[in-house]
Design a protein around this ligand. Structure first.
Ligand SMILES: [Zn+2]
Length: 247
């Protein structure tokens, strides 16, 4: 038996047997994990509100013999995000962020930066930042960390290097951009202005603090948003149930 203790974000819970709960949570070092909270449905005392979905908690869990789920020993609440729980729109956005994280970082795929991105996005959402200012940076960062960074360096068709000038066109099938000589914008191939390309590049490197003023106008975020939507739907095979909340 090996005991672990970790920061975690509760992703979902499910009734398990007569009295137990099956808890799925996201950790910085081990990614997504599932564990059983014995008596979790009846006695909430030991877990003191720390098993509510989206909560940021510190969990103690113990691996048992191979082929069995770890057992949760205790939970301590760090932040319950009351500002998210009290607002239906924010709750929907939080569900979407959790589902996108689950899709990009399945069991066994750990990424500390993805954990921080989700955690910081939940904090920003709790503080009441605007939808677009949270969702666009979150999607750009999560997709990039998950291995789907949009290549903004050169035209994916003729190879010409993008020098930071002129409008480019997003090409979904290539996960990159094309120059205006190679492609013309359309609904399926939205255009990106030089400013939008610069902002998207910075969001993909996840080097900013969330909620920090990046300077992008609402107009720039609205330019990036349809690109990320097309990119996400093309790269993630399974449609996300919660995508309707943001699309
Ligand atoms: Zn080209």
């Amino acid at each position: 038996m090996k005991a672990s203790i970790s920061d975690a974000i509760i992703m979902r819970t499910k009734e398990f047997g007569e009295t137990d709960l099956l808890v799925t949570f996201f950790t910085p070092e081990q990614g997504q994990l599932k564990a059983v909270a014995k008596g979790g449905r009846k006695s909430r005392k030991r877990f003191a509100n720390s098993l509510d979905v989206f909560s940021l908690v510190v969990l103690e869990y113990e691996s048992r013999k191979e082929g069995t789920l770890p057992l949760l020993q205790s939970g301590k609440l760090v932040h319950a995000f009351p500002g998210i729980r009290s607002d239906y729109t924010r709750l929907s956005l939080a569900s979407y962020m959790v589902e996108l994280t689950e899709a990009l970082f399945p069991l066994g795929v750990a990424d500390k930066r993805a954990f921080d991105l989700l955690k910081n996005s939940l904090y920003a959402l709790d503080r009441g930042h605007g939808e677009q200012e949270i969702i666009v940076p979150f999607e750009a960062g999560a997709l990039a960390l998950g291995g789907y960074r949009i290549n903004l360096e050169r035209c994916c068709l003729c190879g010409r290097r993008y020098m930071g000038q002129g409008t480019a066109v997003f090409v979904r099938e290539r996960g990159g951009i094309a120059c205006m000589r190679c492609r013309r914008p359309s609904v399926d191939m939205p255009s990106l202005s030089p400013e939008a390309l610069k902002v998207l590049d910075s969001l993909q490197s996840v080097s900013h603090e969330l909620g920090e003023d990046l300077g992008p106008s609402k107009g720039v975020l609205s330019e990036i948003r349809p690109v990320l939507r097309l990119h996400r739907d093309y790269r993630i095979e399974r449609p996300l149930k919660t995508a309707k909340h943001v699309d």
